[in-house]
Design a protein around this ligand. Structure first.
Ligand code: SAM
Length: 313
């Protein structure tokens, strides 16, 4: 389901500038202050909206909302936002990042699953005509149908679906060239892990699929205190820059099968996963000059593509 936000004030495309647009009486992003105003309401937009709209954060949905405006600046700089960007934000929450993005990009698509957040999220973006709210699941929304098509993905991702949501956008948004996402530290490490590297257990399906299409980099660690409520895991900002098209479906299936039984030899894992016969894989590995008993974690991302070709997949 796609719902456009009613435009309160229209801004013509020609008037967009790279300078953030602030709105009349309230800040367009968090102030970071927690002290209440004269009426006792918190100044910080996230905290104010949570109180004003009586929202209790749902941990099951990964609702750890940003309450520090400095982090918005960090995210914005990493994303190198320009007034021609079309941004996809996954998980709008109560809109603190949405309004920051809306003031700097040509268009922002915000996907949010929790309908309890309709009022606060509308409150955050009501002054922007360049925002479309999509009340649906980021794992099933038809990304290819988004218009205008996103060029960047910028999000404080819900922990439970972060890797899956990111990989979906790499596969289904060929127009997207850059991602900046807040994720659990371990997810960031998995996305960025190198093969045969110092942390071989981190290298797996997300690493291969992300790195086949993007350069992946863990930009920085983020303190837990910038979220409300404070999460019980550590977070990092991860940045991805597209270097090529996403892996085709046959390669994705091969990679999934290769790591399905990661403690076994690759040929055995692929046979157990029903991707290819064990001997067929061993022959293909030999043709690539790789040991017949090699494990998936020893193959570079591009070697999975070569293996798929050698197997005729
Ligand atoms: N962007 C806001 C911020 O930074 O304060 C909220 C970030 S919060 C970590 C993650 C948001 O993702 C929550 O609002 C949650 O309801 C939403 N969410 C969780 N699962 C989702 C899904 N499958 N699809 C879309 N949104 C989801």
């Amino acid at each position: 389901m796609v719902t456009g936000v009613g435009a309160v004030r229209h801004r013509s495309p020609g008037s967009w500038s790279s300078e953030p647009r602030s709105r009349s009486s309230e800040p367009s992003s968090g102030t970071g202050k927690r002290s209440p105003d004269a009426q006792g309401a918190p100044n910080q937009p996230t905290l104010r909206r949570l109180r004003q709209f009586d929202v209790r954060p749902d941990r099951e949905l990964g609702q750890n909302f940003l309450i520090d405006s400095n982090i918005l600046g960090v995210i914005g700089r990493l994303a190198a936002l320009s007034d021609t960007d079309v941004v996809l934000e996954i998980g709008g929450g109560v809109g603190v990042l949405s309004e920051y993005l809306a003031a700097r990009a040509a268009h922002v698509h915000v996907v949010e699953i929790d309908e309890r957040l309709r009022d606060p999220l509308n409150d955050a973006v009501v002054g922007f005509a360049n925002v479309t709210l999509h009340w649906c699941d980021a794992l099933t929304v038809d990304l290819a149908a988004l218009r205008p098509a996103p060029t960047k993905v910028v999000a404080n991702l819900p922990y439970g679906v972060a890797a899956a949501a990111l990989l979906r956008t790499i596969e289904e948004l060929p127009t997207a060239t850059r991602w900046v996402a807040m994720v659990q530290r371990e997810v960031g490490q998995r996305l960025a892990a190198g093969w045969a590297g110092s942390n071989p257990r981190a290298y797996g399906v997300p690493s291969v699929l992300a790195q086949l299409a993007c350069r992946v980099h863990v930009a920085r660690a983020i303190p837990r205190t910038v979220f409300y409520p404070v999460p019980n895991v550590d977070s990092v900002l991860v940045e991805l820059t597209r270097t090529g098209p996403a892996a085709r479906p046959a390669v994705r299936a091969l990679v999934a099968g290769a790591f399905a039984h990661r403690r076994k030899a690759l040929a055995r894992s692929l046979a157990l996963a029903g991707v290819a016969e064990r001997e067929q894989v061993r022959t293909a590995l030999a043709s690539m000059g790789l040991p017949l008993d090699v494990r998936a974690e020893r193959l570079a991302p591009q070697e999975f593509v070569a293996l798929a070709e050698a197997l005729g997949l």
